[in-house]
Structure formats: C-alpha cells, structure tokens
Design a protein. Structure first.
Length: 164
C-alpha cells in the first residue's frame, strides 16, 4: 500500500502510525501512574473531579463510546470505591457519578504522576519550538477530528470510524 502513496501523504501516514504507537505506549499503566489507575480510568476520574459530579450521559459523550462500554469502564472504578454512583434527584432513571474520598486521593496521585510525565515530555521539546509544536498538534488533531465528523458524502472513499 505504501508504494502507491505519494511522498507527503506517506509522511502523514507515517506520522499517524508513529503517534498511534507512542500513544499506546503512554497508555500503559506503568508509564502513566505506576498502576494506580489506567489512563482511561484517569480520564473518567478527572472528568468527575473537574465537574464535582458527572452524569452517565455526559460520560458517554466524553469517552465517545456507547452506554454498555461506559458501564464496563466505570464498573472496576466503582468496585475499587474510587467512584460513587447515585441516582439523580432530577431523573430517577439517570445515574450521577462522584469521587469517593479514596477516589480523590487516587486522582491527586495520578495527577501528580501525569504532571511529571508532561514535564519529561516538555524537556524533549526545545523551548523555542514548544508553542509551534503545540499549534501544529492542535491543527493536526482538529483535522483528524473533522475527518470523522464529516458528512458521509464529503468523506467518500474514507473508512468510517466513530467520531471522537
């Protein structure tokens, strides 16, 4: 397949492949926060911590997964007593998530670990290139996100994935 791809296109495809590998590596527990929580679990804990409480519908949207997958993601976090699931006072069918005391402590520890990881990453980028690097990354991410939210006609010939 690579032989039919032009030079600049090949460079972008190689970038996507290498980013995918690097992100997969960063999502490993030992890289992220020494096994306290997985990266996906941290995303959930952080969303709840940022909002105080979070309803399940918002979590589905945040994770870009269906309801059953969201339930599978939060089940181990609830079993570990990091999250508390309660019924909404507004809608008895809706569930609200909030951090337990232990969840707050784990979130804080994981946040500190992530902060250290970010500092290490930043040392690998020369000071004078950091803003350019971030801007380029934002543009590239926006392009990828737009690809998966385009109308089907505009995306003709492009494999379909769930939107981000």
């Amino acid at each position: 397949m690579f032989q039919y791809i032009q030079s600049k296109d090949r460079e972008i495809l190689s970038m996507i492949i290498e980013l995918s590998k690097a992100l997969r590596c960063c999502r490993q527990d030992e890289v992220f926060c020494t096994g306290v929580v997985t990266f996906s679990q941290f995303i959930i804990l952080d969303a709840v911590a940022s909002n105080g409480t979070l309803n399940m519908a918002d979590l589905h949207h945040l994770l870009s997964v269906d309801k059953s997958t969201t339930t599978r993601f939060i089940a181990p976090i609830i079993r570990r007593n990091l999250l508390v699931r309660e019924r909404s006072s507004r809608d008895s069918r809706a569930a609200i998530l909030k951090l337990s005391e232990e969840g707050e402590a784990v979130h804080k520890k994981a946040s500190q670990s992530l902060k250290s990881l970010i500092r290490i990453i930043q040392t690998e980028i020369p000071d004078e290139k950091r803003e350019v690097c971030l801007e380029g990354s934002r543009i590239f991410l926006h392009a990828l996100q737009n690809l998966f939210t385009m109308r089907p006609k505009a995306r003709k010939g492009v494999a379909c994935c769930k939107s981000f």
